[in-house]
Design a protein around this ligand. Structure first.
Ligand code: GTP
Ligand code: MG
Ligand code: ZN
Length: 305
Protein backbone atom coordinates (compact mmCIF):
# COMPACT_ATOMS: atom_id res chain seq x y z
CA UNK A 1 0.00 0.00 0.00
CA UNK A 2 1.45 3.45 -0.86
CA UNK A 3 2.54 5.41 2.19
CA UNK A 4 0.11 8.26 1.46
CA UNK A 5 -2.85 5.93 2.06
CA UNK A 6 -2.23 5.41 5.76
CA UNK A 7 -4.03 7.87 8.05
CA UNK A 8 -2.09 10.98 9.04
CA UNK A 9 -2.83 13.56 11.72
CA UNK A 10 -3.59 17.18 11.06
CA UNK A 11 -5.36 20.35 12.16
CA UNK A 12 -8.67 21.57 10.72
CA UNK A 13 -7.84 25.07 9.46
CA UNK A 14 -10.98 25.97 7.52
CA UNK A 15 -14.59 24.89 7.34
CA UNK A 16 -16.69 25.44 4.21
CA UNK A 17 -20.03 23.77 4.86
CA UNK A 18 -19.33 20.01 4.70
CA UNK A 19 -15.76 20.51 3.44
CA UNK A 20 -12.73 20.96 5.66
CA UNK A 21 -9.18 22.11 5.00
CA UNK A 22 -6.77 20.00 7.02
CA UNK A 23 -3.11 20.99 7.49
CA UNK A 24 -0.97 17.87 7.91
CA UNK A 25 1.35 17.83 10.93
CA UNK A 26 4.08 16.31 8.74
CA UNK A 27 5.68 17.83 6.84
CA UNK A 28 4.75 21.00 8.73
CA UNK A 29 4.56 23.37 5.75
CA UNK A 30 2.62 20.91 3.56
CA UNK A 31 -0.31 22.29 1.56
CA UNK A 32 -3.74 21.89 3.15
CA UNK A 33 -5.74 18.85 2.13
CA UNK A 34 -9.41 19.39 1.23
CA UNK A 35 -11.36 16.75 3.11
CA UNK A 36 -14.88 15.44 3.50
CA UNK A 37 -15.94 13.48 6.59
CA UNK A 38 -16.14 9.69 6.36
CA UNK A 39 -19.52 9.43 8.07
CA UNK A 40 -22.60 11.36 7.00
CA UNK A 41 -23.26 12.69 10.46
CA UNK A 42 -19.67 13.45 11.39
CA UNK A 43 -19.05 17.13 12.00
CA UNK A 44 -15.83 18.86 12.87
CA UNK A 45 -14.79 22.36 13.80
CA UNK A 46 -11.85 24.62 13.08
CA UNK A 47 -9.16 23.80 15.63
CA UNK A 48 -10.09 20.10 15.72
CA UNK A 49 -7.18 17.68 15.50
CA UNK A 50 -8.13 14.87 13.13
CA UNK A 51 -6.92 11.68 11.55
CA UNK A 52 -7.37 11.76 7.76
CA UNK A 53 -6.59 9.62 4.71
CA UNK A 54 -5.52 11.09 1.38
CA UNK A 55 -7.60 10.08 -1.64
CA UNK A 56 -5.72 12.31 -4.12
CA UNK A 57 -2.77 14.70 -3.90
CA UNK A 58 -4.68 17.44 -2.12
CA UNK A 59 -7.91 15.65 -1.25
CA UNK A 60 -8.84 13.33 1.54
CA UNK A 61 -11.33 11.91 4.00
CA UNK A 62 -11.45 12.69 7.71
CA UNK A 63 -11.67 9.42 9.59
CA UNK A 64 -12.07 10.72 13.10
CA UNK A 65 -11.38 13.63 15.42
CA UNK A 66 -8.83 13.21 18.19
CA UNK A 67 -10.25 13.93 21.67
CA UNK A 68 -11.14 17.61 22.11
CA UNK A 69 -10.01 19.76 25.01
CA UNK A 70 -13.12 21.87 24.58
CA UNK A 71 -15.67 23.01 22.04
CA UNK A 72 -17.09 26.50 21.74
CA UNK A 73 -20.62 26.10 20.42
CA UNK A 74 -24.14 27.43 20.46
CA UNK A 75 -27.47 25.63 20.45
CA UNK A 76 -31.19 26.31 20.28
CA UNK A 77 -34.24 24.05 20.43
CA UNK A 78 -33.41 22.29 17.18
CA UNK A 79 -29.80 22.88 16.19
CA UNK A 80 -26.26 22.93 17.48
CA UNK A 81 -23.52 24.92 15.79
CA UNK A 82 -19.87 24.21 16.46
CA UNK A 83 -17.77 27.36 16.24
CA UNK A 84 -14.27 26.17 17.14
CA UNK A 85 -12.45 23.50 19.14
CA UNK A 86 -9.39 23.31 21.40
CA UNK A 87 -9.31 26.97 22.39
CA UNK A 88 -7.39 28.81 25.10
CA UNK A 89 -9.52 31.91 24.67
CA UNK A 90 -12.39 33.54 22.84
CA UNK A 91 -11.92 37.17 21.86
CA UNK A 92 -15.33 38.79 21.52
CA UNK A 93 -14.97 41.71 19.15
CA UNK A 94 -17.31 44.69 19.60
CA UNK A 95 -16.88 48.16 18.15
CA UNK A 96 -17.59 51.82 18.81
CA UNK A 97 -19.72 51.68 15.66
CA UNK A 98 -22.13 50.11 14.68
CA UNK A 99 -23.90 49.62 18.00
CA UNK A 100 -23.54 46.15 19.46
CA UNK A 101 -25.66 43.95 21.69
CA UNK A 102 -24.36 43.62 25.25
CA UNK A 103 -26.60 40.59 25.70
CA UNK A 104 -24.87 38.80 22.85
CA UNK A 105 -21.55 39.52 24.59
CA UNK A 106 -22.92 37.96 27.79
CA UNK A 107 -24.08 34.94 25.83
CA UNK A 108 -20.72 34.37 24.13
CA UNK A 109 -18.90 34.82 27.45
CA UNK A 110 -21.22 32.32 29.13
CA UNK A 111 -20.58 29.78 26.35
CA UNK A 112 -16.85 30.19 26.92
CA UNK A 113 -17.20 29.88 30.72
CA UNK A 114 -19.28 26.73 30.23
CA UNK A 115 -16.32 25.09 28.47
CA UNK A 116 -13.61 26.51 30.72
CA UNK A 117 -12.33 28.83 27.96
CA UNK A 118 -11.12 32.32 28.87
CA UNK A 119 -13.37 35.09 27.54
CA UNK A 120 -11.86 38.47 26.59
CA UNK A 121 -13.55 41.50 25.03
CA UNK A 122 -11.90 43.64 22.34
CA UNK A 123 -13.39 47.09 21.78
CA UNK A 124 -12.43 47.90 18.19
CA UNK A 125 -12.60 51.12 16.16
CA UNK A 126 -11.39 53.27 19.06
CA UNK A 127 -10.20 55.73 16.40
CA UNK A 128 -13.87 56.83 16.24
CA UNK A 129 -13.34 59.05 19.28
CA UNK A 130 -16.84 60.52 19.58
CA UNK A 131 -18.31 57.05 19.95
CA UNK A 132 -15.80 55.82 22.49
CA UNK A 133 -17.45 56.99 25.76
CA UNK A 134 -20.79 55.32 24.95
CA UNK A 135 -19.12 52.03 23.99
CA UNK A 136 -17.00 52.11 27.15
CA UNK A 137 -20.11 52.68 29.25
CA UNK A 138 -21.83 49.67 27.64
CA UNK A 139 -18.83 47.53 28.58
CA UNK A 140 -18.52 48.65 32.21
CA UNK A 141 -20.70 45.78 33.54
CA UNK A 142 -18.27 43.34 31.93
CA UNK A 143 -15.11 44.88 33.33
CA UNK A 144 -16.88 45.10 36.71
CA UNK A 145 -17.55 41.36 36.44
CA UNK A 146 -13.80 40.80 36.01
CA UNK A 147 -13.49 40.51 32.23
CA UNK A 148 -10.56 42.09 30.43
CA UNK A 149 -11.54 44.73 27.88
CA UNK A 150 -8.83 45.62 25.36
CA UNK A 151 -9.30 48.85 23.42
CA UNK A 152 -7.83 49.05 19.93
CA UNK A 153 -8.20 50.14 16.36
CA UNK A 154 -7.70 47.31 13.87
CA UNK A 155 -6.87 49.90 11.23
CA UNK A 156 -4.19 51.63 13.32
CA UNK A 157 -2.78 49.51 16.14
CA UNK A 158 -3.82 45.88 15.75
CA UNK A 159 -0.36 44.86 16.94
CA UNK A 160 -1.31 45.96 20.45
CA UNK A 161 -3.17 42.63 20.60
CA UNK A 162 -0.12 40.49 19.86
CA UNK A 163 0.96 39.95 23.48
CA UNK A 164 -2.54 38.59 24.17
CA UNK A 165 -2.54 36.34 21.10
CA UNK A 166 0.93 34.91 20.54
CA UNK A 167 1.25 31.35 21.80
CA UNK A 168 -2.51 31.13 22.42
CA UNK A 169 -5.29 29.41 20.49
CA UNK A 170 -7.91 32.13 19.98
CA UNK A 171 -11.31 32.42 18.29
CA UNK A 172 -12.48 35.83 17.11
CA UNK A 173 -16.23 36.06 17.38
CA UNK A 174 -18.90 38.76 17.53
CA UNK A 175 -21.54 40.48 15.44
CA UNK A 176 -21.05 41.30 11.80
CA UNK A 177 -19.21 44.50 10.96
CA UNK A 178 -17.19 44.72 14.19
CA UNK A 179 -13.86 44.31 12.38
CA UNK A 180 -12.80 40.70 13.00
CA UNK A 181 -11.49 40.16 9.48
CA UNK A 182 -9.87 43.61 9.39
CA UNK A 183 -7.99 42.55 12.51
CA UNK A 184 -6.90 39.29 10.87
CA UNK A 185 -5.64 41.14 7.80
CA UNK A 186 -3.65 43.54 9.97
CA UNK A 187 -2.02 40.68 11.90
CA UNK A 188 -1.54 38.33 8.91
CA UNK A 189 -0.62 40.42 5.88
CA UNK A 190 -1.03 37.42 3.56
CA UNK A 191 -4.47 36.51 4.90
CA UNK A 192 -6.52 38.59 2.47
CA UNK A 193 -9.70 37.90 4.44
CA UNK A 194 -12.65 39.63 2.81
CA UNK A 195 -13.80 42.70 4.72
CA UNK A 196 -16.87 44.86 4.35
CA UNK A 197 -15.51 47.06 1.51
CA UNK A 198 -14.89 44.02 -0.66
CA UNK A 199 -18.23 42.38 0.04
CA UNK A 200 -20.08 45.65 -0.56
CA UNK A 201 -18.41 45.78 -3.96
CA UNK A 202 -19.50 42.20 -4.65
CA UNK A 203 -22.92 42.79 -3.07
CA UNK A 204 -22.64 39.48 -1.26
CA UNK A 205 -25.10 40.18 1.54
CA UNK A 206 -25.01 41.06 5.19
CA UNK A 207 -22.22 38.88 6.50
CA UNK A 208 -18.86 39.49 4.93
CA UNK A 209 -17.14 36.39 6.26
CA UNK A 210 -18.96 33.20 5.32
CA UNK A 211 -16.41 30.51 6.25
CA UNK A 212 -14.35 29.88 9.37
CA UNK A 213 -10.60 30.11 8.85
CA UNK A 214 -7.59 29.48 11.09
CA UNK A 215 -4.35 31.49 10.79
CA UNK A 216 -1.21 30.26 12.54
CA UNK A 217 1.36 32.58 14.10
CA UNK A 218 4.99 31.79 13.23
CA UNK A 219 5.79 32.31 16.90
CA UNK A 220 3.18 29.73 17.99
CA UNK A 221 -0.56 29.75 18.58
CA UNK A 222 -3.31 30.53 16.10
CA UNK A 223 -6.27 32.82 15.47
CA UNK A 224 -9.61 31.85 13.95
CA UNK A 225 -11.80 34.28 12.00
CA UNK A 226 -15.47 33.32 11.88
CA UNK A 227 -18.69 34.67 10.36
CA UNK A 228 -20.63 37.31 12.31
CA UNK A 229 -23.15 36.17 14.89
CA UNK A 230 -26.73 37.35 15.20
CA UNK A 231 -28.00 34.95 17.85
CA UNK A 232 -26.36 32.82 20.48
CA UNK A 233 -28.52 30.13 22.05
CA UNK A 234 -27.24 28.33 25.13
CA UNK A 235 -29.66 25.44 25.34
CA UNK A 236 -26.78 23.09 26.13
CA UNK A 237 -26.18 24.78 29.49
CA UNK A 238 -28.53 23.50 32.18
CA UNK A 239 -29.74 25.95 34.79
CA UNK A 240 -26.92 25.31 37.27
CA UNK A 241 -24.26 25.54 34.56
CA UNK A 242 -25.77 28.75 33.22
CA UNK A 243 -25.81 30.47 36.62
CA UNK A 244 -22.21 29.38 37.20
CA UNK A 245 -21.28 30.79 33.76
CA UNK A 246 -21.80 34.30 35.18
CA UNK A 247 -18.70 34.62 37.42
CA UNK A 248 -20.15 37.42 39.54
CA UNK A 249 -23.04 35.15 40.60
CA UNK A 250 -20.78 32.39 41.87
CA UNK A 251 -20.08 33.81 45.36
CA UNK A 252 -23.85 34.00 45.95
CA UNK A 253 -24.87 30.57 44.64
CA UNK A 254 -26.09 28.28 47.40
CA UNK A 255 -26.96 31.24 49.65
CA UNK A 256 -30.71 31.28 49.00
CA UNK A 257 -33.12 30.40 51.83
CA UNK A 258 -34.68 27.54 49.84
CA UNK A 259 -32.44 24.94 48.27
CA UNK A 260 -34.71 24.73 45.22
CA UNK A 261 -34.94 28.53 44.86
CA UNK A 262 -35.65 29.52 41.24
CA UNK A 263 -34.38 33.05 41.90
CA UNK A 264 -37.63 34.57 40.72
CA UNK A 265 -39.92 35.73 43.52
CA UNK A 266 -38.99 33.37 46.36
CA UNK A 267 -38.29 35.02 49.73
CA UNK A 268 -34.66 34.99 50.87
CA UNK A 269 -33.16 34.75 47.37
CA UNK A 270 -29.46 35.54 47.72
CA UNK A 271 -29.03 36.36 44.03
CA UNK A 272 -31.87 38.88 43.88
CA UNK A 273 -30.71 40.40 47.16
CA UNK A 274 -27.22 40.87 45.68
CA UNK A 275 -28.72 42.48 42.57
CA UNK A 276 -30.80 44.83 44.73
CA UNK A 277 -27.74 45.70 46.82
CA UNK A 278 -25.80 46.53 43.65
CA UNK A 279 -23.27 43.72 44.17
CA UNK A 280 -24.40 42.12 40.92
CA UNK A 281 -25.00 44.36 37.91
CA UNK A 282 -28.75 44.45 37.14
CA UNK A 283 -28.10 44.33 33.41
CA UNK A 284 -26.00 41.17 33.62
CA UNK A 285 -28.68 39.59 35.83
CA UNK A 286 -31.27 40.54 33.23
CA UNK A 287 -29.18 38.82 30.52
CA UNK A 288 -28.95 35.70 32.67
CA UNK A 289 -32.70 35.68 33.33
CA UNK A 290 -33.49 36.13 29.65
CA UNK A 291 -31.29 33.16 28.74
CA UNK A 292 -32.92 31.05 31.49
CA UNK A 293 -36.38 31.94 30.18
CA UNK A 294 -35.29 31.17 26.61
CA UNK A 295 -33.87 27.81 27.69
CA UNK A 296 -37.18 26.94 29.34
CA UNK A 297 -38.92 27.73 26.02
CA UNK A 298 -36.37 25.63 24.11
CA UNK A 299 -37.11 22.69 26.40
CA UNK A 300 -40.82 22.95 25.66
CA UNK A 301 -40.25 23.29 21.91
CA UNK A 302 -37.86 20.39 21.63
CA UNK A 303 -40.35 18.19 23.51
CA UNK A 304 -42.54 18.76 20.47
CA UNK A 305 -45.36 20.74 22.10
N1 GTP B 1 -12.81 53.25 11.71
C1 GTP B 1 -12.52 51.96 11.77
N2 GTP B 1 -13.14 51.09 10.95
C2 GTP B 1 -12.82 49.78 11.06
C3 GTP B 1 -11.86 49.30 12.02
N3 GTP B 1 -11.79 47.97 11.91
C4 GTP B 1 -12.65 47.62 10.93
N4 GTP B 1 -13.26 48.70 10.42
C5 GTP B 1 -14.26 48.71 9.34
O1 GTP B 1 -15.42 48.00 9.74
C6 GTP B 1 -16.03 47.35 8.61
C7 GTP B 1 -16.33 45.88 8.93
O2 GTP B 1 -15.10 45.20 9.08
P1 GTP B 1 -14.96 43.62 8.88
O3 GTP B 1 -13.56 43.29 9.25
O4 GTP B 1 -15.46 43.20 7.55
O5 GTP B 1 -15.98 43.08 10.01
P2 GTP B 1 -16.26 41.57 10.47
O6 GTP B 1 -16.41 41.60 11.93
O7 GTP B 1 -15.23 40.66 9.91
O8 GTP B 1 -17.69 41.28 9.78
P3 GTP B 1 -18.33 39.85 9.36
O9 GTP B 1 -17.33 39.11 8.54
O10 GTP B 1 -19.57 40.21 8.58
O11 GTP B 1 -18.67 39.15 10.65
C8 GTP B 1 -15.06 47.57 7.46
O12 GTP B 1 -15.58 48.62 6.68
C9 GTP B 1 -13.77 47.95 8.13
O13 GTP B 1 -12.93 48.77 7.34
C10 GTP B 1 -11.21 50.28 12.85
O14 GTP B 1 -10.39 49.97 13.70
N5 GTP B 1 -11.60 51.58 12.70
MG1 MG C 1 -15.35 39.02 8.73
ZN1 ZN D 1 -32.50 32.38 44.80
Amino acid sequence: MPKTDSPAEGLVTAVFGRHYAVCPDKPPAAAPVLCVPRGKRAEFACGDRVRFTRTAKNEGVIETALPRENLFWRSDAFRAKRLAANLDQVLIVVACEPAFSAELVSRALAAAEGEGIRGIIALNKCDLHERLPAARATLTPFSDAGYTVIELSALRDAHALLPTLIGQRTLLTGQSGMGKSTLVNALFPHAQAATREISAALDSGKHTTTATHLYAFDAGGWLIDSPGLQTFGLKHLDDAALLAAFPELRPHLGGCRFRDCRHESEPGCALRAAVEAGQICALRWQHCQRIRAENARFQTLSRGW
